[in-house]
Design a protein around this ligand. Sequence first.
Ligand code: MG
Length: 379
Amino acid sequence: MNRRNFLKTGMLGALIAASPVSISALDEATRTSAGKPGRLNLSFRPYELKLRHAFNLARNQRTTTPGVQVQIEYDGLTGYGEASMPPYLGESVDSVTSFLGKLDLAQFSDPFRIEDIHEYMESVAPDNRAAKASVDIALHDLCGKIMNQPWYKIWGLNPDNTPNTSFTISYDANPDEMRKKIEETAPYKVIKVKMGLDHDKELVNALRRHTDVPICVDANQGWNDRRKALDMCHWLAERNCLFVEQPMDKKAIDDTVWLRERSPLPIIADEFIQRLPDVRRAAQAYDGINIKLMKSTGMHEAYKMATMARALGMKVMLGCMTETSCAVSAAAQLAPMVDWADLDGNLLIANDIFDGMKIVDGKVTLTDRPGIGVIPVEV
Ligand code: MG
């Protein structure tokens, strides 16, 4: 992006941050500031995601998640992308917009050079994974639209093979709130339980009074004693639990190896694993990995990670952050490759600005729409 366009985009971002504007209005504004023809034109704006319920995690609570919406325009087509930045990943609106502002995508005339563009982004800054993911998602959306095919088809995947998604629930000390949360899980075939707090067993017991659907457990590194972690794994195995995600601190590798050797449930890496080189390391201590686009720098590397994990005989789970249907639908393109999906990020927010993949009867359901399969909607 040249300086003139960046300034315009920055001004646009500031305007939109100050007053809610629909994405179709952004389309209009962005088109008027379009860059060079036959080149990739990047624009972006902050967009704060509002959570329908406060998230109570092992180490924090929050009611919003900062995000940045991205567009890449090329020859009359628009690819949509998104960065979502939960605080623990170390990225922010400032770091993402600063990174995106440094990119000169107008140097590229071919959007299919995804590998080259990733190399270029790595040369601009080493981290910024969510920021890179936003560009990667928009590029995939654009390339899919040029080919007029969704990515699961381009990858040769069978959409019938998508798993059910889990729906996340966290503990609430207020019994009425807790009951309301449990009632919201009714349409789903798997419930993901956030643990690592003081009420782990109360939460599962409350849930089991209402439903016997399988659960999966995410301890978010919250169990700091390996014997207690093993006790929990046995207790959960008796309560129709499928697996345990990140039971212990990501640095506690020896303890995780110890736990994995004894646990009746598969142990899945989440915080431990970010990108492709981490997959082989994870194989030493975990039974599977949780791939998320905001960690992997997007769809390009996520596909490689899933392929490598399979080659190593590992289970693969596909997760997300709190995101709009944009990033969730991008992740869903990979869903036929995985054992378990945790693609409820769009269902947890109150201000989704895209229509995309759907959960039908609990199952991740892909459409024939090209690219990542989303269209902008009015909020
Ligand atoms: Mg997790």
